[in-house]
Design a protein around this ligand. Structure first.
Ligand SMILES: *Cc1c(COP(=O)(O)O)cnc(C)c1O
Length: 430
């Protein structure tokens, strides 16, 4: 099937990128479990290595199973190309790598996945990069943070874990004005609920570990390029606009046009950083994408029922689900993620830190794990786990205060989940 944009999401999530295997006719995409590919002859090999012909050389760079997933996610996001890699955190480095040089900075939202806050606060400094954390509801502060060393603006569409929705249109306008790309982590929303490129994002990153795979089996990541950014409009992005010494002075933007970022991600990023997705991981994630819309509809329906039930329970202080009328971000749902605010939210238990610990210990259907976006319902006390490396101030800014637990509502029967929460809250607040 061709990936004609006329097809609906439910069709594309099954068919985009996939075609019957040319050798066997296999209908399902085979797992191409191979590291290398035989060249037709020496000229073919030379053309591949010079990037004059697109094909398969070595699975650190490209693999046919991974290539199907790349095309599928790019199509679902409305981008021109995508690069898959070994995890969501790898995807974030792969997104920044072509843009940043030592001394450059990225302007980032304070409301981010805890691991991303740590990666941006500490680890990227080793590359000479710097992250400037800003409250993305304060548009003047975002504008003011962009300086002549800024090379990107970064946020999450639906921010993990606090039930926060970013005004992507307003933020992308600021990035445009600063002449830098907006990178949106769309992990919590998925392209079914939110399409950041339609709101002005240049790049979309994913932890495919979560909803795209959907069953908690493999880690993976992806960077999708909108193909819309003019990398040659300034001298800010020499990796994409200036001659590349490792490819005989080839200029990626001039040579590959809208696919410059994608080609760079494979030919330089994966080649030299080696954060490669395995064909097995791509297979599990391809299986997951086939049912994405069905699962997301159920995640949203269940999350809404459970958030409403919790909000009316006297043992609960507050619930942060953006789908609730009481949420300050409810007004952004219609604009940013009209099919619903996702399956992830936090709630505060009366009784604080101790009650939260008892709650997670007493649940039977919910699993206490550091993951999200599974068909299974998951819970975590962020302050004592994923967000434990952060200061209390950072925890509160990220929506992970000590009295708060985060739930990732699964696709089970909602009444069963409510009964489980009810019995565990009785123990936690006894
Ligand atoms: C999990 C997650 C990441 C990191 O992804 P990994 O696959 O665990 O490396 C990044 N951003 C968000 C929003 C996440 O939920």
């Amino acid at each position: 099937m061709t990936d004609a944009p006329a097809h609906g999401f439910d069709t594309l999530q099954i068919h985009a990128g996939a075609r019957p295997d040319p050798a066997t006719g296999a209908r399902q995409t085979p797992i191409y479990q191979t590291t290398a590919y035989v060249f037709r002859d020496a000229d073919h090999a030379a053309a591949l290595f010079n990037l004059q012909e697109v094909g398969f050389i070595y699975s650190r760079l490209t693999n046919p199973t991974v290539a199907v997933l790349q095309e599928r996610i790019a199509t679902l996001e409305g981008g021109v190309g995508a690069v898959c890699c070994s995890s969501g955190h790898a995807a974030q480095i792969m997104a920044l790598f072509p843009l940043m040089m030592p001394g450059n900075n990225v302007v980032v939202s304070t409301r981010l996945y805890g691991g991303t806050v740590t990666q941006f606060t500490h680890t990227i400094k080793r590359f000479g990069w710097n992250a400037k954390f800003v409250d993305f509801d304060d548009l003047d502060a975002v504008k003011a943070a962009c300086d002549d060393q800024t090379r990107a603006v970064f946020c999450e569409a639906i921010a993990n874990p606090g039930g926060y929705i970013t005004d992507l249109d307003a933020i992308s306008a600021i990035a445009d004005e600063a002449g830098v790309p907006l990178i949106v982590d769309n992990t919590s929303a998925t392209p079914y609920l939110c399409r950041p490129i339609e709101h002005g994002a240049t790049l979309v990153v994913h932890s495919t570990t979560k909803y795209l795979t959907g069953n908690g089996t493999v880690t993976g990541g992806c960077v999708v390029d909108s193909g819309k950014f003019d990398w040659s409009a300034s001298d800010k992005f020499p990796s994409l606009s200036a001659p590349e010494p490792a490819y005989h002075g080839l200029k990626f933007h001039e040579t590959f046009g809208a696919l410059a970022f994608t080609f760079h991600g494979i030919a330089i990023g994966l080649r030299d950083l080696g954060m490669t997705m395995t064909p097995q991981a791509a297979h599990y994630t391809l299986m997951g994408t086939e049912t994405l819309s069905l699962r997301m509809d159920r995640h949203v329906e269940n999350a809404m029922k459970i958030a409403e039930w919790l909000e009316n329970d006297p043992r609960i202080d507050y619930v942060t689900y953006a789908g609730l009328k009481s949420s300050p971000y409810n007004k952004r749902v219609e604009k940013i993620c009209p099919r619903g605010a996702g399956g992830l939210f936090t709630f505060a238990v009366k009784g604080g830190y101790e009650a939260c610990v008892k709650l997670v210990n007493s649940l039977e259907i919910f699993s206490h794990v550091a993951n999200l976006g599974d068909t299974r319902s998951l819970i975590i006390h962020s302050a004592s786990t994923t967000h434990r490396q952060l200061t209390e101030e950072q925890q509160i800014a990220a929506g992970a205060a000590p009295e708060v637990v985060r739930v990732s509502i699964g696709t089970e029967n909602a009444d069963d989940l409510i009964a489980d929460l009810d019995q565990a809250l009785a123990k936690a607040t006894a």
